[in-house]
Design a protein around this ligand. Structure first.
Ligand SMILES: [Zn+2]
Ligand SMILES: [Zn+2]
Length: 155
């Protein structure tokens, strides 16, 4: 995917600046490790596709109900936790095994590298789906992605 400001907003059509929102479809899982008696949860993203780019949170808010309807999500923005109800059918999703998530993130492109690197300013799960609703992507043979990315989730 091109990353040099060739993006236009999916809603209003204006070219996006170096700071924008993006809706990703990810195959990911949570891994917990213990560090000095503290449990740290790390998100392993094994596959990530950009679905839509938005110029602002305002345009995302306009599109969110349409995306929720298309995904048949009745309860967007699931709670954090290792077991989360599927945003579509309500069955528990064990997040330590790979699952599909749709996440909205706010990114800032930094120009300090020879190629564009996006820094994540904010990241929020929009929907988490159980494997009966959407099967996680096979990781082998998948298109090359920036994976695996490890980061700590906010608690
Ligand atoms: Zn827009
Ligand atoms: Zn489900």
């Amino acid at each position: 995917m091109m990353n040099d400001s060739g993006f236009t907003c999916a809603i209003c059509g204006t070219p996006v600046s170096d700071r924008y929102h993006c809706l990703d479809r990810r195959t990911e899982s949570l891994v917990t490790t213990e560090h000095d008696g503290k449990v740290i949860t790390t998100e392993h993203i094994v596959n990530c596709q950009v679905m839509f780019i938005y110029c602002s949170a305002f345009c995302w808010d306009i599109h969110a109900p349409t995306v929720a309807a298309e995904l048949q999500v009745s309860k967007p923005y699931p709670p954090a936790g290792l077991i989360t109800p599927c945003s579509r059918c309500g069955n528990p999703v064990n997040r330590t095994a790979p699952y599909i998530s749709y996440a909205i993130s706010e990114l800032q492109d930094t120009q300090t590298e020879p190629y564009a690197v996006a820094r994540c300013l904010d990241d929020r799960d929009f929907a988490i789906l159980c494997k009966n609703c959407e099967a996680p992507d096979a990781t082998a043979g998948a298109e090359v992605v920036d994976a695996p990315i490890e980061r700590e989730t906010h608690q």
